[in-house]
Design a protein around this ligand. Structure first.
Ligand SMILES: [Zn+2]
Length: 71
């Protein structure tokens, strides 16, 4: 574990789905679009944001909810 020098195996806690207690998650993409009218581009600009959702019930844990920034 060279990338996590201060993390012991005992420090690793599996993430558990709040809804079904599932421990398996699947990575999906949340696609954010920015209107071409805002960017001045020919097409809408697309920003894919990786999100993890429960593989059993599909719930997205709160900490993985894509952040929607409001002005
Ligand atoms: Zn679940």
């Amino acid at each position: 574990m060279e990338k996590m020098p201060n993390v012991k195996p005992s420090d690793l806690k599996p993430m558990v789905c709040e809804e079904c207690n599932g421990v398996y998650f699947r990575q999906v993409m949340c696609i954010n679009k920015v209107s071409r009218f805002l960017t001045g581009q020919d097409k809408d600009t697309v920003y894919p944001v990786p999100v993890f959702r429960c593989d059993d019930c599909g719930t997205v844990p709160e900490e993985f909810q894509p952040v929607v920034e409001e002005e």
